[in-house]
Ligand binder design. Sequence first.
Ligand code: SF4
Length: 235
Amino acid sequence: MEVKGFIPNSLLDWEGYIVSTVFLPYCNFRCPFCQNSTLIFSPQKFPTIPWNEMENYWKKNSKWIDGVCITGGEPCIYKELPEFIGKIKSLGLKVKLDTNGSFPEMLNILIKGNLVDYIAMDIKAPLEYSVYRKAAGLKNKEEFDKVKESIEILKKEEVEYEFRTTVVPTLHNEEDILKIAQSLKGAKRYFLQNFVPHDTLDPQFEKIKPYDRKILEDWCNKIKGFFEECGVRGK
Ligand code: SF4
């Protein structure tokens, strides 16, 4: 497992915390709007960040770094993830994991092992296989079933979590967001994130103009009663 990106300090990746963000390459999904296509297809273009470099940074700055956000790509494709996170936690840091939710077994391992403090799981589309397949580039229905399994795991609230959807014109409209919200009803947190047409996996998506933020805020107002917390992120 190689780390292919390291942002030493970020105030944006975990609300309320100062974190470092670690990027792990490759992903089992193929979302056409993915903004990390180089990390997924050509991670060799990025230098590998040695563990010691990150560890030294965290030790030196332990007074004010609260935690580490692990993102990708899809971090859960790596069997070594629990060991990697264990080393981070042994330095006294909190850990947030970003995931596409297709590895429920890994989520269980991390939750039961007290290895994660917060999980942010993407919900790519309404929970219907044919629609989800298109939005996430799924290979088979098994991946979709695993996403649904992960939703149920997080809803047990054994760990702090959020669901979030990157809202992309041509893939999502108001009805889709209402459908997603309906199926997640009762969950703790749900966020709508505005799409950024940059370095997209399908180059055609770079031509798509994101929704005006006000539209997302309007949809958010319609669904916020379903959740303890619901909001909009991005411009
Ligand atoms: S946006 Fe999709 S393809 Fe890109 S890293 Fe996330 S799950 Fe993988």
